[in-house]
Design a protein around this ligand. Structure first.
Ligand code: HEM
Length: 91
C-alpha cells in the first residue's frame, strides 16, 4: 500500500473518530499497536494489514463499513498507513 496516499484517506475519513490514532467512540480500541494486538481479530500474526483492511471494509460495532464508500485501493492504502503509524508511534 501507498502510505502517503493512505494518510490522505485517513485524514478525510477516519480522523473524525481516530485523530492521532485514538478512538473517540470506544476509547480503549485505539489504533496503537498494543490495542490492535488486543482487540483486532487476526492481528499480531502475519495478517496484520489484512486484518485492518477487513475492519475498514466491513466495519464493526459503532464503526461504519467503508466498502462501497472507498475504493479497494484507498482501503489498502489507509490500512498500510495505520499499520505504519502503529509501528512508529503515531504523531
Ligand atoms: C475500530 C480503523 C473510521 C469508529 C477500528 C479499528 C481499526 C479502525 C483498525 C480496530 C481498532 C482496535 O480494535 O483497537 C479505521 C479506519 C477508518 C476508521 C482506517 C477510516 C477509513 C472510523 C470512523 C468511526 C470509527 C469514521 C466513527 C464513526 C470505530 C469504533 C471502533 C473502531 C467505534 C471499535 C469497533 C468495535 O466495537 O470493535 N477502526 N476506522 N472508525 N473504529 Fe474505526
Amino acid at each position: 500500500g501507498d502510505i502517503a496516499a493512505g494518510k490522505r484517506v485517513f485524514d478525510n475519513n477516519c480522523a473524525t473518530c481516530h485523530l492521532g490514532g485514538d478512538n473517540a467512540v470506544v476509547s480503549s480500541q485505539t489504533l496503537k499497536q498494543e490495542a490492535l494486538e488486543q482487540y483486532l481479530f487476526n492481528y499480531g500474526t502475519e495478517h496484520n494489514v489484512e486484518a485492518i483492511v477487513y475492519q475498514v471494509a466491513n466495519g464493526r460495532g459503532a464503526m461504519p463499513a467503508f466498502q462501497g464508500q472507498l475504493s479497494n485501493k484507498d482501503i489498502v492504502n489507509v490500512a498500510a498507513y495505520v499499520k505504519d503509524q502503529s509501528e512508529s508511534g503515531w504523531p
